[in-house]
Design a protein around this ligand. Structure first.
Ligand code: PFF
Length: 467
């Protein structure tokens, strides 16, 4: 049953590098930017509770499934699924699930790059002292001015895509590893500093209650959003963790590793929420403000504390780095696949894919300004329209891509990966990869992958459909 294959793309030096890479992938804009604003939009505690359930019952088992498939296959997700399916006597069409995930990851990268690019702008304006003593209203206006300017947005989007492509083109995480070792702990420290500041606002308990008080009537409001976000924040359902699993040493224990990544990711999100909401309330801002939440509250916080100019600048540098270590993992599955398939150079493949994502990302750039009226998926009185300019309902381009990926493609991808690991791969293969000492623990984990995670995803889909 032993499996000594190695990936042609390289291998991590140790289990720790996998933890670093997977945590780098998981901790990103999803934790610091998206989690707080989604919690604000979906009613606080009810959302947080659903989110935690989804992370531990569904997200982590799927992360485990992805890692073990990747490590067993030692190839890009598409080829890993194809080979393992054939080895298990199943249809090679299983690889389509990974193909879908790969496309979802590229779509996420397209808008992620635009938002990450905002941090460049904030590094400059923080650094130049533009936010010193700023009020909530003025910070909101500054954010509005940035998103209204397509040229500035395009510039930063381009720059972010270039640095993402640069790392991937140079090869698997070499060089980045050293940077990550310093930056990830620093990110934690700065979050804690921010948390300490928010405790001085006098609204800390209001923020705390908002995050953890539980209103049962809002539980169903955000259930699909919470599930989608659990996938997004853990980077599962697209093959990003799977491709990192392919570079993981054979002797490393998958279970403990994944639990560490999951706990770190959750801690960062909760800390970000606890740090941001008291500031939101103290500045009289709206918790449901949407995507601008972090970009409005952080300047208020840093603009009004000692050394805020310096700390704020460093903080946005770290947001950028957190986003960067996530964005590379979105590109890697597709790059690995195309290198395997076309035998072309990594540099060429990376450049073509990054350009493609850049073009799609321009749709997101424009959805904050010139193209704000371009609406997709419009359900109107006269029926359904895929696209309508200036429609009442519907979603703009950014919201459409976000919805399509987080709410539909990621959960479907995760469902497929869990079913594959749980029902297609032989039990002995899974047991060999997980190499758990306790048979009882193995049975519980195997059951989570086979039954609980798939049913969890299905229940959430059905709950949403019947709303
Ligand atoms: N997990 C990342 C975050 O929370 O920001 C986002 C992400 C990374 C999603 C990688 C998907 C992915 F493949």
């Amino acid at each position: 049953m032993a499996n000594d294959k190695v990936s042609i793309h390289g291998a991590w030096a140790s289990r720790w590098v996998f933890i670093l890479a997977a945590t780098g992938s998981a901790v990103g804009l999803g934790n610091i930017w998206k989690f707080p604003y989604m919690t604000g939009m979906y009613g606080g505690g009810a959302f947080v509770m659903m989110y935690l359930v989804c992370i531990f019952m569904v997200g982590l088992p799927i992360m485990l499934a992805e890692t073990l498939i990747g490590r067993r296959g030692r190839q890009s997700p598409v080829n890993a699924l194809r080979t393992l399916a054939i080895d298990s006597g199943a249809s090679p069409k299983w690889s389509w699930a990974a193909l879908m995930g790969m496309i979802a990851a590229l779509l996420i990268l397209s808008f992620y790059s635009v938002v990450a690019g905002w941090s460049f702008d904030y590094i400059l304006s923080m650094g130049s002292g533009e936010f010193t003593g700023v009020s909530g209203g003025a910070a909101g206006a500054a954010f509005g001015a940035l998103t209204a300017d397509p040229v500035r947005l395009t510039l930063w989007h381009t720059l972010f895509m270039v640095i993402t492509a640069f790392v991937i083109a140079r090869g698997v995480v070499a060089g980045l590893e050293r940077c990550l070792r310093v930056m990830m702990p620093l990110l934690f420290v700065l979050l804690l500093v921010l948390l300490a500041y928010s405790m001085t606002t006098g609204h800390f308990m209001q923020g705390f209650h908002f995050l953890f008080d539980f209103q049962p009537e809002r539980l169903l409001d955000g259930v699909l959003a919470a599930m989608g976000h659990a996938f997004f924040t853990l980077s599962v359902g697209v093959g990003a963790i799977m491709v990192y699993g392919a570079y993981m040493p054979k002797n490393a224990s998958i279970g403990g590793t994944i639990l560490t990544v999951g706990i770190l990711d959750t801690l960062v999100a909760l800390t970000a929420g606890l740090a941001l909401f008291p500031i939101v309330f103290a500045a009289g801002l709206e918790p449901g403000a949407g995507p601008g939440l972090m970009f409005v509250t952080l300047p208020v916080a840093f603009g009004n504390i000692a050394f805020g100019q310096l700390m704020g600048t460093v903080f946005f540098v770290l947001v950028l780095i957190a986003a960067w270590t996530s964005s590379i993992s979105m590109l890697e599955p597709a790059v690995a696949y195309l290198v395997e398939r076309t035998q072309r150079s990594r540099v060429l493949v990376t450049s073509v894919l990054a350009l493609l994502c850049w073009v799609v990302g321009m749709g997101t750039v424009l959805s904050f300004n010139l193209g704000a009226e371009a609406k997709f998926f419009v359900f109107a009185d006269d029926g359904f329209h895929l696209f309508q300019w200036g429609a009442e309902g519907g979603r703009n381009f950014f919201d459409t891509i976000d919805y399509l990926t987080s709410r539909i493609l990621l959960p479907l991808g995760g469902l497929a990966f869990a079913i594959f690991a749980g029902w297609v791969l032989k039990r002995e293969v899974v047991r060999d990869e997980l190499a758990m000492k306790s048979p009882l623990l193995f049975s519980v984990v195997y059951w989570l992958i086979r039954v609980v995670a798939p049913i969890g995803v299905l229940i959430v889909f059905i709950a949403e459909l019947s709303k």
